[in-house]
Design a protein around this ligand. Sequence first.
Ligand SMILES: [Zn+2]
Ligand SMILES: [Zn+2]
Length: 125
Amino acid sequence: MECPVCLGNYNEEARRPKILPECGHSLCELCVPQLWKGGSIKCPQDNTVSLVPNIEDLKTNFAALSLIRQNIESNLNGADNSNSQVDEQNNEEEFGFNITEEDKRDYLNFRKFCIGRIKELLEKD
Ligand SMILES: [Zn+2]
Ligand SMILES: [Zn+2]
């Protein structure tokens, strides 16, 4: 999973994914200041403008980070569909930390988005 601006992979250090409140897309923490103009950020993916008075107020997409970690792990394990049921059951625990309902919804939306995106990429190949 990569930042649409610099095409660098998100990580848990300098390139934490930040959520644009208006459209829900993310970009990495390094690119946020470059796109931030006069209290708003224009999404590089769909040109939606999000009002962001303070860059510090942007939420980190912890859900995406969790998903990245999970994808890396399942790639290593050669994941297949047989895991999907287990995933549903362990939804509460897979984060490894307490999250709000809002974060959980963000995560589920993001996961849906990513799965769609991965399918798209696979079909292109
Ligand atoms: Zn970036
Ligand atoms: Zn967007």
